[in-house]
Design a protein. Sequence first.
Length: 168
Amino acid sequence: MEEEEGKKANVVKIREREQRGEITWVNEIDYRGFGVNVFECEVEDEKRKQKFTFITDIKITKNNAKKLMNAGRSRWRIENEGFNRQKNLRYHIEHASSQDYNAMKNHYLLTQITEIIMVLHEHGSKILRSMKKTIKEISSRLLEAFRGQTLTDEDIAQLGKPMQIRFT
């Protein structure tokens, strides 16, 4: 990692289980007028050596560097597995489904919505389970809701509020 002029890189060593390496970071690097914090992780185990680079708005310290590294790697793994599942297993997204950019974008957004619903269903969302319907019935009802119901201003305002979904 190159140091920005006047900024000193910090380093913390990793020695956990079979994994060894180091995390190097610099806080408050100017990027297009914004202060960002950058950290780079180099880890190796018996099988391979890996390098990860992350950008965050969270100030990196010796106390949180490992936690941020683990969170970043977990998020990357979740996203990567999700895209691989969509592309190769579930929806077979292998080629452009249209020449029209907006049609492709809409198709992919609908695929993302479908994936969210599928993940909620598979991981035991109590609401979806309590409906005691098949996936086909749920998706058909959802499609009809998209076709027949109009979003109100109140619905749209709700979408702008922060929300969390937790699996129990």
